[in-house]
Write a protein that binds this ligand. Structure first.
Ligand code: PEP
Ligand code: MG
Length: 325
């Protein structure tokens, strides 16, 4: 029976055969937590902190540690004990900063996100201290964007340790056991997953960039938008492999790209083994309804067929059949 979506707010997201699914919200500013709570999100799966830094004008300064702490604290308080996954600055490419000159010829392949933060350790440490301080208020996880290399993970972990030492010296509180995770959004990361699993606590697949980089399609270029296909067999393999490898290793894997909020893809992702979805709050209840109406044992054979197929037409047809179940 299909209920009105609003009525599903407090209904646990469980499949018909009893498998619990975590539905989390993507936010850009602490104020978005109201919508996340309103949709019954079980936490924030992606806080895109770059929005605290954007649109301030070229003459302005970056937000200070205290200003950032205040924003992160607000989000943690608003989520009332539910976990808040805070992603470190993901600037460059489609998210430029006014106060920094961006003039790379291929910005999506340039000094963006963690690459920028590792090149500007003072800015990165400021943000890390602000996030760590928020972890003293309630459950916080740290998420790092655009990692591809082992040394980037190691440098990031060393800087997190340095930020913790600075806070200890300043007698400021934080969660010493804060969980640290990586966005899997560069194909190399998905293909070298054990390198990440060995070093980190959790993984979150950023399908927006994973599609962009796997298919070599600029995600904001309208002229190639028709080639941006989440159902390309290469994307499906990377997704399925990442979910399975994480599961085998006992490392939690979520999807926080747009695919997680697309109800046409909910059953496909469920059938691949995904148990944690993070999306815009407006999509959450519709995805929950899909989950409530889904039976994993029924879905899985279709998904196996999809993953065996290399014919886009067949994949599209089978995804449609899945949705009609
Ligand atoms: C992604 O790449 O899928 C993602 C969630 O991050 P963003 O859209 O902010 O790059
Ligand atoms: Mg991304």
């Amino acid at each position: 029976v299909r209920k009105k979506l609003g009525k599903l707010k407090k209904t646990p997201a469980v499949t018909r055969d009893g498998v619990a699914i975590a539905l989390l919200a993507n936010i850009e500013l602490p104020e978005d937590c109201a919508a996340a709570m309103d949709a019954g999100a079980s936490g924030v799966g992606l806080f895109r902190t770059e929005f605290l830094f954007m649109g301030r004008g070229s003459a302005s300064k970056l937000p200070s540690e205290d200003e950032q702490f205040e924003a992160y604290r607000k989000a943690v308080v608003a989520m009332k004990g539910r976990p808040v996954t805070i992603r470190t600055l993901d600037i460059g490419a489609d998210k430029p900063l006014d106060m920094i000159e961006h003039n790379a010829l291929n910005p999506a392949l340039g000094l963006r996100a963690i690459r920028y933060c590792l090149a500007e350790p003072r800015l990165f440490l400021t943000q890390l201290r602000a996030i760590l301080r928020a972890s003293a208020i309630g459950p916080v996880k740290l998420l790092i964007p655009m990692l591809a290399h082992a040394f980037e993970i190691d440098q990031t972990l060393a800087l997190i340790e340095q930020a913790k030492a600075q806070l200890r010296d300043a007698h400021k509180k934080f969660d010493g056991a804060i969980q640290i995770g990586a966005m899997i959004e560069i194909p190399a990361a998905a293909l070298a997953l054990p390198m990440f699993i060995k070093r980190l606590d959790f993984l979150s697949i950023g399908t927006n960039d994973l599609i962009q980089y796997t298919l070599a399609i600029d995600r904001v270029d309208h002229e190639v938008a028709h080639l941006y296909n989440p159902l390309h067999p290469a994307i499906l393999h990377l997704l399925s492999m990442t979910i399975k490898t994480g599961e085998r290793a006992g490392t939690p894997v979520s999807v926080c790209g747009e695919m997680a909020g697309d109800i046409h893809l909910t059953r496909l992702l469920l059938g691949m083994g995904l148990r944690e979805f993070s999306m815009h709050p407006a999509q959450l209840l519709a995805v929950k309804q899909e989950i409530l109406n889904s039976d994993l044992s029924q879905i899985e054979p279709y998904v196996r067929k999809i993953l065996r197929s290399v014919e886009p037409g067949m994949i599209g047809d089978t995804v449609a059949q899945l949705q009609a179940l």
